[in-house]
Design a protein around this ligand. Structure first.
Ligand code: TPP
Ligand code: MG
Length: 552
C-alpha cells in the first residue's frame, strides 16, 4: 500500500463516492486538500465568498439528489459558509462541508481563526466531527456520505486539523456508500388505500427532497387514477407538472386563499415526502398540530419526522420513490365527488395564475407569463427570497423535474449561486435566475465565478429600489413610516458588463422579449434589469393599498 498525504486520501475517498465537482474558497488551513484536488479529475469551482460556495454546493445537491461538497477555511470561512449550511438543514439537502482547523497541538487556545465547530454548527447541522487520526479519515468521509443522505437529508461538517490533513499514512479507501432501501409491505399499502377510499375530501401534499423524475411521474399517475387534488409545498413546485389536471397550486407564502381553504376543509391529508413545515401549513393554522381537523397519512423516509409535529393517523416509513412505485399499481377508482372537487379546486388555481395587473410600465406578471409560455420546458429557474419571487411562484407553470431551485429556508442571495450550480450541471439547458435588487446584491460577487466558468446564465433583476417584502410588513404594522427598507442600487446592466457579461435595462414590458433575445444571443452571463414602479409591493397589493388598509 502506498503512503498518501491526507489531501490525497480525502480526494480518493470522494472519487470512490462519485464526486466529480466541489466548490471552494481556498485557505492556508487546507493546502493538502487543494493539493489532493490538483490533477485529480475532480473539478474545483473556486468562488468569491463561502456563503455563495456553500449555496452552490447545496443547490447542486438539490438538483442531483446526491451530496454537494464544499471546502472552506477556518473561522471566517466557516462562519461565511454557515448561511448555506442553514439552507441545507431547513431544506433537507445532503451537503458535506470540509472545513480547515488549527493544528491539534494548538486546539483550545483560541489560536488564529480557531472555532469549536461542534459547538458552532451543531444546531444547524446533522453531524459535526473533527478528524483526529489520519488513518480514520476514510471512515469519517464515508459516514459523512451516509449521514448527509440517510433519513432526512441534511448538512454534515468535517473539521480537518491542519497537521492531521498534511500528515501521511497508509490506509485503504473504503467502498462507496450505498444506502439501505425501505419497502412498504403490501398489507400496509392496502391500509393506506382503505383510508383514502373512506375519505370524503382527500388532498395530497407533496414536498421535501429525495425525489426523482420517476417519482414525479408516478405521483402524476397515482393521483390521476384516483382523481385526487395535489398541492406542492413552498418552493417545491416542480414535484408535479403544473399543467396536470390534478395540480392545484403551491403552499407558499402569500398563498392563494382558495387553496388555503381547500387545505382547511380537507378531511384527509396524504403528505408525501414533506415534513409539513410552518409555511406549508400557513403558520400551523391550516393544519393545527394541537388538534388537526384532518386525518393525516404521513409518508416520510425518516422515522424521526413521523409524529414530530403532527400525530398521523397512519405513519408510513418510506421514500417517495418506493411508495409511489407501489401506489401506481393500485386499481383506478372513480369517485364522482372527488372528481368534482378536484375540478373545482383546479379552477381556483387557474384563476389564481391569471395575471393580476400591477401598476407601472414594466409588468412583472406579464414577463413571468411570457417566460412560462416560451422557455424550453426543461429550463431551470432559481430564486432567493423576496416579493419578486412570489410573482414567479404564482405565474410560472413548472413542467418538469428538476426545474425549480429555491430556498425553502427563505434565504436571500440564494438564486444566483444556485443558478451557477445549475448551469454547471446542465450546460445545455436554459438557466434563469430570478433575483430581487436586494437579493442579487447579497451574492452578485459570484458573477466573477460565472464569467470565469463561461456560464451563460440569464439573471432577471427586479429593481424596485427597496426590500419590498419588509416594506410590505412595515406598511401593515407601521403605515407610512418607511424605515430601513429603501436601498441604493448600482447600474446592474453596467455591472454585468464590467464582469465581462452582457447587460440590458428594460423600461417597458414590450421591450422585454427583445432584451431576452439579445441576452440569449450574447452567449454570455447576462443581466436583464427590470425597472419596476415604486407603487408595486406584491402580486396583489400596491403600497397605497396596504397603507390605506392598515391605517383604517
Ligand atoms: C439572508 C436574509 N436576510 C434578510 C432576510 C429578510 N428579508 C426577506 S425578504 C427581504 C427583502 C428582499 O428584497 P428584494 O430581493 O429586493 O426583493 P423584494 O421583496 O423587493 O421583491 C428581506 C430583507 C432574509 N429572508 N434573508
Ligand atoms: Mg427589491
Amino acid at each position: 500500500m502506498a503512503l498518501r498525504h491526507g489531501g490525497h486520501i480525502l480526494v480518493d475517498q470522494l472519487k470512490v463516492n462519485g464526486i466529480k465537482r466541489v466548490f471552494s474558497v481556498p485557505g492556508e488551513s487546507f493546502l493538502a486538500a487543494l493539493d489532493g484536488l490538483y490533477n485529480s479529475g475532480i473539478e474545483n469551482i473556486v468562488c468569491r465568498q463561502e456563503g455563495g460556495a456553500a449555496m452552490m454546493a447545496e443547490a447542486d445537491a438539490k438538483i442531483t439528489s446526491s451530496p454537494g461538497v464544499v471546502f472552506v477555511t477556518r473561522g471566517p470561512g466557516a462562519t461565511n459558509a454557515s448561511s448555506g449550511v442553514h439552507i441545507a438543514m431547513q431544506d433537507s439537502t445532503p451537503l458535506i462541508v470540509f472545513v480547515g482547523q488549527v493544528p491539534l497541538e494548538h486546539r483550545d487556545r483560541e489560536a488564529f481563526q480557531e472555532i469549536d465547530y461542534e459547538r458552532f454548527f451543531s444546531p444547524i447541522a446533522k453531524w459535526v466531527a473533527e478528524v483526529k487520526d489520519l488513518k480514520r479519515l476514510p471512515e469519517y468521509i464515508s459516514r459523512a456520505f451516509q449521514v448527509s443522505q440517510g433519513g432526512r437529508p441534511g448538512p454534515v461538517i468535517i473539521s480537518l486539523p491542519e497537521d492531521i490533513l498534511s500528515g501521511v499514512c497508509e490506509v485503504p479507501d473504503r467502498p462507496r456508500v450505498v444506502l439501505g432501501q425501505q419497502f412498504t409491505s403490501d398489507s400496509e399499502v392496502k391500509k393506506i388505500e382503505k383510508a383514502i377510499i373512506k375519505a370524503e375530501r382527500p388532498l395530497v401534499i407533496a414536498g421535501g427532497t429525495g425525489w426523482s423524475k420517476e417519482a414525479v411521474k408516478n405521483l402524476g399517475v397515482f393521483v390521476k387514477n384516483f382523481n385526487l387534488p395535489v398541492a406542492t409545498t413552498f418552493r417545491r413546485q416542480h414535484l408535479m407538472d403544473n399543467r396536470h389536471d390534478c395540480y392545484i397550486g403551491d403552499l407558499g407564502t402569500g398563498m392563494n386563499p382558495a387553496l388555503a381553504k381547500t387545505v382547511k376543509e380537507s378531511d384527509l391529508i396524504i403528505a408525501i415526502g414533506t415534513r409539513l413545515g410552518e409555511i406549508a401549513t400557513g403558520g400551523y393554522e391550516l393544519i393545527d398540530p394541537k388538534k388537526p381537523e384532518q386525518k393525516i397519512i404521513h409518508i416520510h423516509k425518516d422515522p424521526n419526522e413521523l409524529g414530530h409535529v403532527y400525530q398521523p393517523t397512519l405513519s408510513v416509513l418510506s421514500s417517495t420513490e418506493n411508495i409511489l412505485n407501489q401506489f401506481i399499481d393500485l386499481p383506478k377508482l372513480v369517485n364522482p365527488e372527488w372528481s368534482a372537487r378536484t375540478n373545482e379546486v383546479r379552477n381556483n388555481y387557474l384563476n389564481w395564475i391569471t395575471p393580476k395587473e400591477t401598476p407601472g410600465s414594466v409588468k412583472l406578471e406579464k414577463i413571468i407569463e411570457w417566460l412560462s409560455n416560451n422557455l424550453p420546458e426543461d429550463s431551470i429557474v432559481t430564486n432567493g427570497a423576496g416579493n419578486y419571487a412570489a410573482f414567479l411562484h404564482r405565474y410560472f407553470v413548472f413542467k418538469e423535474y428538476p426545474t425549480a431551485i429555491g430556498p425553502t429556508s427563505g434565504s436571500m442571495g440564494y438564486g444566483f449561486p444556485a443558478s451557477i450550480a445549475a448551469k454547471l450541471r446542465f450546460p445545455d439547458k436554459t438557466v434563469i435566475c430570478m433575483a430581487g435588487d436586494g437579493c442579487f446584491q447579497m451574492t452578485l460577487n459570484e458573477m466573477s465565478t460565472a464569467a470565469h466558468n463561461k456560464l451563460a446564465i440569464i439573471v432577471i433583476v427586479v429593481n424596485n429600489g427597496k426590500y419590498a417584502t419588509i416594506r410590505m410588513h412595515q406598511e401593515k404594522h407601521y403605515p407610512g413610516r418607511v424605515s430601513g427598507t429603501e436601498i441604493h442600487n448600482p447600474d446592474f446592466a453596467a455591472l454585468a458588463k464590467a464582469y465581462g457579461g452582457f447587460g440590458v435595462k428594460v423600461q417597458k414590458t414590450e421591450d422585454f422579449v427583445a432584451a431576452y433575445d439579445q441576452a440569449v444571443a450574447s452567449g454570455l452571463l447576462s443581466v436583464i434589469e427590470l425597472k419596476i414602479d415604486d407603487e408595486v409591493l406584491s402580486t396583489s397589493q400596491t403600497v397605497s393599498e396596504v397603507r390605506n388598509n392598515s391605517s383604517k
